[in-house]
Ligand binder design. Structure first.
Ligand SMILES: Cc1ncc(COP(=O)(O)O)c(C=O)c1O
Length: 429
């Protein structure tokens, strides 16, 4: 495979952009090698700067539920751009967008649009703090909620000690209000809650985690978490930036049958444009400025192009509920193919899947939390990634990410992927 042009572009990019990329995981650091520069995408595929073709399973890290450039999103964008790119004043489309979100996700009574998932999660935590006047919040090890300072924290020695910043530039002060719990371990929540009585504003969780690979919450765990939050008057935030509109039209909360107090969205909600949103109970959301005192704002929030693309995506979801059945069938076909291959090579690697989010961990231990995810052989994943890439299959360039299936993936695409998977495993094991 000739990747000369991508290599040249990467050298050029490194002169002006830190590490040559605008978001770290794109740089292939955890799998080795140089990143590919992508030129165009259509349906289930994209093409790099050298003209190589790939079946894409990252879908821009989640947004492309219908593959690249579906006509209904392109048409909506074309129509919107004729009227102008941004006004900084309200537009009717923002109401339609808010309305359709509340229809698809019933726990969301009111919603505020922002420009990224990070903005959504940081604003949701602020809303929770402004609502109940408390300062601390709990997050789970292995869950990612964007790059706001107080999310980039790891556990100190034992979950009851103060968090430690995981990135230079994050202060100890910021870390002090972040408490860390273990995913799927209600005991760790109980300990934190009793040691910080009446001080915890919120618990934020990826209800189906996609950032330590794919890990689903256990039913009894999430039920108990909901009950503890109710009892202790803690705001429960579901971070559905990845799962929202992907695992079901109503997100992970629909799959799990649990209503959070606040939810955060991103990715699919923008139809491929930079969009996020947070919303939930009216009594909390009404604390947001200008109806309340909790400040939150954005020059480009509710941007007309972003709203047009996002609304087209959500409208398509609302009008075509059968897409989730289709996604389930395609995803389970791929999973079955992978499992058969694993059997053939005598491996019992953990394979976690919820709808069209899937992850094969290079470990034979079941993966239920961050610690078990870390038992994966990440070096082996790196080899696997390159074997797949050389066969025209583009996976996430890191083990602890999801593989995303879209409605655009054809049976032929899936068969090619299953065949590549078998050859890749045979070559690396
Ligand atoms: C669950 C979750 N929350 C928040 C974010 C941050 O979103 P963004 O990258 O749009 O800031 C991500 C990004 O991958 C995510 O997966």
């Amino acid at each position: 495979m000739n990747t000369e042009k991508s290599k040249q572009l990467f050298e050029e990019a490194k002169k002006y952009i830190p590490g040559g990329v605008n978001s770290p995981v794109r740089a292939f650091k955890s799998v080795g090698g140089d990143p590919l520069f992508i030129k165009k995408g259509k349906g289930s595929k994209f093409w790099d700067a050298d003209g190589n073709e790939y079946i894409d399973y990252i879908g821009s890290w989640g947004p492309h539920l219908f593959g690249h450039n579906p006509s209904f999103i392109i048409d909506a964008l074309k129509a919107a751009i004729e009227n102008g790119t941004s006004f900084g004043a309200p537009t009717e489309m923002e109401i339609k967008m808010a309305e359709i979100i509340t229809q698809l996700v019933p726990s969301v009574e009111m919603v505020r649009m922002v420009n990224s998932g990070t903005e959504a999660t940081m604003s949701a935590v602020r809303a929770a703090r402004g609502y109940n006047g408390r300062e601390k919040f709990i997050k789970f090890e292995g869950c990612y909620h964007g790059h706001a300072d107080y999310f980039l924290i790891k556990a100190g020695s034992g979950a009851l000690t103060l968090g430690i910043p995981t990135s230079p530039g994050v202060t100890k002060g910021n870390a002090a209000d972040t408490l860390l719990a273990d995913y799927n371990d209600i005991g760790s929540i109980k300990k934190l809650v009793s040691a910080n009585k009446n001080e915890i504003a919120a618990v934020i969780i990826e209800p189906i985690a996609g950032n330590m690979g794919v890990v689903k919450v256990k039913d009894d765990f999430i039920k108990e978490l909901r009950a503890i939050c109710d009892e202790e008057k803690i705001v429960l935030i579901f971070d559905e930036v990845m799962t929202g509109f992907r695992v079901a039209a109503g997100g992970a909360q629909e799959v799990l049958g649990i209503k959070p107090d606040l939810s955060t969205f991103g990715k699919i909600i923008g139809g491929g444009l930079p969009v996020g949103a947070f919303g939930g109970k009216k009594e909390i959301m009404e604390k947001i400025a200008p109806s309340g005192p909790v400040y939150q704002a954005g020059t480009l929030s509710g941007n007309p192009l972003a709203m047009a693309a996002g609304y087209a995506a959500l409208k398509h979801i609302k009008d075509n509920p059968s897409i989730y059945k289709e996604l389930e069938e395609k995803s389970s076909y791929l999973e079955k193919g992978f499992k058969k291959n694993l059997e053939a090579v005598g491996k019992n690697y953990a394979m976690n899947r919820v709808g069209s989010m899937m992850c094969m961990f290079f470990t034979e231990k079941p993966v239920n939390d961050f610690k078990s995810a870390l038992t994966s052989d990440t070096a082996l994943y790196g080899k696997y990634f390159h074997e797949m890439l050389n066969r025209g299959i583009y996976l996430a360039p890191a083990q602890f990410e999801a593989l995303f299936i879209s409605t655009a993936h054809s049976k032929e695409n899936l068969d090619k992927t299953i065949k590549a998977h078998k050859e890749a495993l045979e070559n690396i094991l």
